[in-house]
Design a protein. Sequence first.
Length: 229
Amino acid sequence: MSLVLGVLGGMGPAATLDFLAKLQALTPAERDQDHIRTLVDINPQVPDRNDLLNKPGPVLAEMAGALRGAGADVLAIACNTAHAYADIITRSSGLPLIDMIGTASAAARDSGARRAGVLGTPQALKLYREYLAAQGMGLVTLAPDRQELFMSLIYAIKRGDCGPEVRGQMAALTADLAAGGAETIIAGCTEVPLVFEAGSGRLPFIDAGETLARRCVSVCLGLEPVPAL
């Protein structure tokens, strides 16, 4: 019997549904019963993780505790930025966390790249800098004005705008990272894959949500160890 996965979602809702679709698609299954039991809290009311005056930690901790009470064995967070609160989430729930940022950083290392360009929020970029450094890799980021554009695009996607202009601007930002010396691109925000897909640019593209979904499948099916608390 596979482990029960608990997913902290809703940040934003469309990105969570995208993650769940990837989780389902990546599970080797021939019948319903082969899939992973997944408990999901799609909570769009989590305070904005990008506003330092907000305090999303307690809300995320409450969600994690409720998932454990419902039967979850292991957790995943369908939001890169929310990983800044991983400690309080694991402490409050007592459950191990399959870390999205660690998983994506390992995928970047395995690609053979030495420098990864990351499309992410300022909070997520801080985490990626640490995780990539632990892999012996450098981080390439956008210039300040281009980072501001990136954030405006993320909020546009959250409003439901995934049209050609947003797609074109996101593609241009990946080109900026390539020009800055990146050898691979990490979609370090779960909204990015909603408008930019692997193969759209000239560099290898790592979808952090997809790498997380793949690892969740492996952990829940017992193909790799459960992360330590």
